[in-house]
Design a protein. Structure first.
Length: 161
């Protein structure tokens, strides 16, 4: 498989928003978790397009896309941030907000290449910490483990009815 990875552009916004919708729908179908249930597609894509457009204009975000045969095969969104572990130390970090790979492009290296772009940017920016949240399952742990990520904390969630 050959694909091109590049920085996202404003012309990618619609495709990014549609892919985010697909990702949200997939998560919701898997877990049936009410907070993941996407709004109607048109409403979701409109709101998501505004979010992506705003993030692309900001210097706090790194957004890369993988393009295969002229179509979006995947994307990664990361935020450059600061972490304050104590009053005396402020550490620059990158938080990976979203990683999406289209079903047709999975298990072909797209996700790894997108994540390597983020790790490369971290080195360029002299960032020592890259972190993310993911579902705890063997597949995700193996994927991120190959990239050098380690378990750090657990996030817990309770739905209030």
């Amino acid at each position: 498989m050959s694909f091109l990875v590049r920085k996202a552009k404003q012309l990618d916004v619609s495709d990014l928003a549609k892919a985010w919708y697909d990702m949200s729908l997939e998560i919701w179908r898997k877990h049936k978790c009410p907070i993941y249930k996407p709004k109607p597609k048109e409403e979701f894509v409109k709101a998501a397009s505004e979010i992506f457009s705003r993030k692309l204009r900001s210097n706090k975000y790194l957004i890369f896309v993988a393009i295969e045969n002229g179509t979006l095969a995947g994307f990664v969104v990361a935020r450059v941030d600061h972490y304050v572990p104590s009053v005396f130390v402020q550490e620059k970090l990158i938080y990976v907000e979203k990683l999406f790979v289209a079903k047709r492009a999975r298990r072909k290296g797209v996700g790894s290449v997108l994540m390597e772009k983020i790790l490369s940017e971290a080195k360029k920016k002299h960032v020592r910490i890259v972190y993310l949240s993911t579902e705890i399952d063997d597949r995700n742990l193996a994927f991120y483990g190959k990239l050098g990520f380690e378990r750090y904390q657990y996030k817990l969630m309770k739905m209030i009815k």
